[in-house]
Design a protein around this ligand. Structure first.
Ligand SMILES: CC(C)(COP(=O)(O)OP(=O)(O)OC[C@H]1O[C@@H](n2cnc3c(N)ncnc32)[C@H](O)[C@@H]1OP(=O)(O)O)[C@@H](O)C(=O)NCCC(=O)NCCS
Length: 151
């Protein structure tokens, strides 16, 4: 299995297919088209073109089987400090527990370091606590509860 950068825009469709599978795994009722919609993928492409978004694939026999999406942003009050957000990471179920997520993350870390990122973050949905079994042993710690309210 090879780790490489996704080729955009050609591979946006295969990215979208994996993201749809990811969403349906966690919320079978959800409509992927309204969650990760056209605007999301347009923003991915735009961000990738200016280096703010990194999308990596793990590819087996030319078929993408896992992805990671990273996003770099300046800390709003100190632009010299850069944060690297891991926006999404997903491995097709039959390829799990083979180290693919770890490999994707290692490669993304190199890209973050090349761009002077000082701190990485990852967001885990409350409905997906088992993802913590991946993050916590590899150096991430829970530092905040992220709260949301509709207006
Ligand atoms: C979480 C996810 C990305 C992990 O991918 P993966 O390729 O299976 O992870 P790795 O093989 O690199 O696992 C590395 C280590 O993480 C831990 N780990 C990963 N998944 C685990 C699980 N389900 N239960 C317990 N530990 C787990 C283990 O310590 C594992 O090492 P080991 O296999 O030698 O014991 C994958 O399960 C997935 O795609 N889940 C659905 C999407 C998701 O939840 N994404 C994260 C959102 S924040």
């Amino acid at each position: 299995v090879e780790i490489r950068e996704a080729s955009l825009p050609d591979e946006l469709l295969v990215l979208r297919q994996m993201m749809n599978a990811y969403l349906v795994e966690f919320d079978p009722e959800s409509d992927p088209a309204t969650y990760w919609d056209d605007g999301y993928f347009a923003a991915c492409q735009e961000g990738a073109s200016r280096g703010a978004i990194q999308i990596l694939f793990a590819v087996d026999a030319a078929v993408p089987v896992a992805f990671i999406i990273g996003r770099i942003e300046d800390l709003w009050y100190r632009p010299s400090l850069k944060l690297g957000h891991i926006e999404e990471i997903y491995v097709v179920p039959t390829y799990r527990r083979r180290g693919l997520a770890k490999s994707l993350l290692s490669r993304l870390k190199l890209q973050f370091r090349d761009r002077d990122v000082a701190t990485m973050t990852a967001l885990v949905h409350c409905l997906n606590p088992s993802a913590l079994l991946f993050w916590l042993p590899i150096g991430f710690e829970i530092q905040a509860y992220h709260l949301f309210a509709p207006l």
